[in-house]
Design a protein around this ligand. Structure first.
Ligand SMILES: [Zn+2]
Length: 291
């Protein structure tokens, strides 16, 4: 059933985008938005726009409305097709409410395990989101947007498992360039998941904003990232990223890029590689943590 739904989604992405061959089709890019203490990445390809997480909505501050939507507008995004949310904590899911309101054709995808999660149900009710706009993801899902291939693995979630550890793992492959996302999953889940298929990637979003509970050495050996992206708020009270994680990443020889220090991080795909687009002077400023 879920395969059918995602097949339908692929069609929706193709139909929702800019017409094939149109000169205005935006370039393929992956952008990690500086959203403060939370995650939001935007992938654009073949006229489709996919979000992985949607920024925080915490303590009355909605980064979805205040940061994500203005940035999408500036990027010229006219439609969002899908928001994949790694797990339903407010620093990942919260901003989705405003994005879903602004883009009525956008759909939300989350691990099936959270379907009966009371806070998630309450959130979806508050947004008055019709059931057909929510896709519940099974254990293994595959999604195609033109040349981009996306694999999603949902670790088991249920009694005795934290919401963080229910975070989905997503690997995006475009022309041989890959990026991996793990939400806030901890080291044990990293280890278990590392045995399930190929998680090698040129770009890694560092788990749990650089918390010491994620990013084991073994996981970094599995992914072997050239770039490691830490998405966190300036002066956040969690102490993210933890200095042990920075040390582990440094030892692994990966380039560490932080949204709190550099602002948005933009990658284009060239010759089967993600190439970082140079940062604009004065624009590379992270967002202060609102928590
Ligand atoms: Zn988080």
């Amino acid at each position: 059933l879920s395969k059918f739904r995602l097949a339908a989604l692929w069609v929706a992405c193709g139909a929702g985008g800019v017409g094939a061959g149109s000169f205005s089709t935006p370039p393929t890019e992956l952008r990690f938005l500086a959203v403060g203490q939370g995650d939001c990445a935007v992938f654009r390809h073949a006229g489709a726009t996919l979000l992985v997480d949607a920024g925080p909505h915490m303590h009355g501050y909605d980064a979805g409305a205040r940061i994500v939507l203005p940035k999408l507008r500036k990027m010229g995004v006219r439609s969002v097709d899908l928001i994949v949310v790694t797990h339903p904590h407010a620093d990942h899911l919260g901003g989705a409410g405003s994005v879903l309101r602004e883009f009525p054709q956008a759909r939300l995808a989350m691990p099936e395990g959270f379907r009966d999660h009371p806070e998630t149900q309450a959130q979806l009710r508050e947004w008055k989101l019709p059931a057909e706009r929510v896709l519940w993801l099974g254990r293994e899902e595959r999604l195609r947007i033109d040349r981009a291939r996306i694999r999603i693995h949902c670790p088991p979630y249920g009694p005795g498992v934290s919401v963080d550890d229910g975070s989905l793992f997503l690997r995006l492959d475009i022309d041989g360039a890959a990026a991996v996302f793990t939400g806030d999953a901890g080291k044990e889940v990293e280890t278990r998941t590392s045995r399930l298929g190929d998680w090698s990637a040129q770009v890694l979003q560092v788990g749990h904003h650089g918390s010491r509970t994620s990013s084991s050495e073994a996981w970094l050996r599995t992914v072997k990232p050239e770039y490691s992206i830490v998405s966190c708020g300036r002066d956040n009270s969690y102490g993210h990223p933890h200095r042990d994680v920075i040390e582990t990443l440094s030892r692994a020889g990966t380039k560490i890029l932080r949204t709190d220090q550099e602002g948005d991080l933009i990658f284009e795909v060239r010759d089967g590689k993600f190439v970082r687009r140079g940062r604009v002077r004065g624009k590379g400023k992270g967002v202060r943590s609102k928590e």
